[in-house]
Design a protein around this ligand. Structure first.
Ligand SMILES: [Zn+2]
Ligand SMILES: [Zn+2]
Ligand SMILES: [Zn+2]
Length: 465
């Protein structure tokens, strides 16, 4: 049997640090803080004071100072949306996104339930082809008669690929693949979307016999969109689009505003709009457009619910992903060419990163910031974007949660109408010590298990544990 000294020697540094934390007299309060962050893997440490006073009587209603906290700090969530960076915060963000999209489709969170009777579409816009890539499903590129390209690569494949195969999404010939167009398309995807929305409004106006400038007096188009990387490392866009009356979610659309009209307008806009790239002596001027596959489906207006819920869940799933989840980029910025060489990505993705690096050096492309966005292959849009009237906001959802949680600290809101809050916060640090990482991961696991138990109880029908 090992003696205690030998056992202690076997402990890892993480274990030792965890023991040190657990022996601290303030450990219970520290654990409360960790639990309040949901076991966030990289919490922000704040130091500061907040005081709420009654403006009439001058009475102090609430006072909080981090000087009384463990380490004189308050830990708050990192709020990263990426599952690979912080699983607990990412789960929370996905939940918020789900509620945000769901409210835009079905009502709730200050959006009226009547939105479910409005013309609503789920649309998918893709990038065009930049060259032949290996595909899943049916036989891949079965063009037996066509020989080789000028670089000596076969123009056909004929295999039946499984989704897990690394060859899927890789070009048949990297030299034929138009990396320049792919990267420049990513860099202009935000502009393509903006033009698409404007063109949809224009088509709606024209179909209704209105000038474009009069459309806001009759109808309002709202959307929430999410970007996703396909296997070929090109972004495509899923969006939920809704047509309301001029005042937004509370207002009925005009009689001409049917879902058929909306589908026509979306299709026509996606097929027709183009964006020109800035002129470059090396590249010339490219005309960019959406891919020819435009999917626009009406969402059901009956009361079965699941389709709308499924759409909200589908969109929420994507916001937790980054380019790296699809193998199309990295979690971190690439600051040198060596970073690109060292990144653990496919040859195809590395070529896209190198193209960003090369084109990023050309003065005509400076505004596209291709080097700063090489890790996302030139795409610099947000993962989720929504128009103002579509639904509630992330900020409103967070405020609502803060009211529920009612912990001490900056999340707490003063509710008395005569109260004024004076808060002074400064950033002190971020992250965890090695032992705290272990404890936070344990807390996150426990919370996830508790949620699962609660869900099962609800499924069993009584809703009680
Ligand atoms: Zn976090
Ligand atoms: Zn193939
Ligand atoms: Zn070739």
């Amino acid at each position: 049997m090992l003696d205690v000294a030998a056992r202690l020697r076997q402990l890892s540094d993480e274990d030792r640090d965890a023991i040190r934390l657990a022996q601290d007299p303030q450990f219970p309060r520290w654990l409360q803080q960790i639990t309040a962050t949901g076991g966030c893997t990289n919490p922000i440490h704040l130091a500061g004071v907040t005081t709420t006073c009654d403006t009439v009587t001058g009475e102090i209603l609430h006072h909080y100072d981090t000087r009384n906290e463990p380490g004189e700090r308050l830990l708050i969530r990192c709020r990263n949306r990426r599952a690979t960076v912080c699983p607990p915060c990412s789960r929370l963000h996905a939940g918020d996104t789900y509620h945000l999209v769901r409210a835009g489709l079905l009502g709730g969170k200050n959006i009226p339930p009547t939105v479910r009777d409005r013309p609503r579409l789920f649309i998918t816009l893709t990038a065009p082809s930049f060259g032949a890539v290996h595909r899943v499903g049916e036989r891949c590129r079965p063009r037996r008669d066509r020989g080789e390209c000028e670089h000596g690569c076969p123009l056909s494949c004929g295999a039946v690929h499984d989704l897990a195969e690394s060859v899927v999404g890789q070009p048949l010939c990297p030299d034929c693949y138009d990396y320049t167009a792919h990267v420049l398309w990513h860099a202009h995807a935000g502009k393509l979307w903006d033009r698409f929305v404007r063109a949809t409004r224009r088509h709606l106006a024209t179909a209704a016999g209105l000038t474009q400038s009069r459309l806001p007096e009759h109808a309002r188009l709202s959307f929430a969109r999410v970007a996703e990387y396909q296997r070929r490392a090109a972004v495509h866009v899923h969006a939920v689009v809704r047509l309301d009356g001029p005042a937004g979610p509370y207002d009925e659309p005009p009689a001409w505003g049917s879902k058929e009209r909306l589908i026509e307008a979306v299709r026509a806009a996606a097929q027709r709009i183009t964006v020109g790239t800035p002129y470059s002596p090396a590249v010339g001027e490219l005309t960019l457009r959406w891919g020819t596959q435009v999917d626009a489906r009406p969402l059901r207006a009956d009361l079965d619910g699941p389709p709308d819920d499924a759409v909200a869940a589908y969109v929420a799933k994507y916001v937790t992903k980054g380019a790296n989840d699809a193998g199309a980029g990295t979690d971190y910025r690439l600051t040198t060419r060596d970073d690109i060489d060292a990144a653990r990505v496919s040859k195809h993705v590395r070529s896209l990163m190198r193209t960003c690096w090369r084109l990023g050096d050309l003065p005509e492309y400076t505004p596209l910031r291709l080097r700063a966005w090489a890790h996302t292959l030139g795409y610099r849009g947000h993962i989720l974007t929504k128009s103002r009237a579509f639904s509630t906001t992330y900020a409103a959802l967070r405020a609502e949660r803060a009211c529920h949680e009612r912990g001490d600290g900056p999340g707490e809101l003063a509710h008395a109408s005569d109260a004024v809050t004076n808060a002074q916060w400064r950033y002190a640090d971020s992250g965890h010590t090695s032992g705290a990482v272990l404890i936070a991961a344990g807390v996150a696991e426990d919370l996830a298990a508790n949620r699962e138990i609660a869900r099962e109880a609800i499924r069993e029908g009584d809703g009680r544990p």
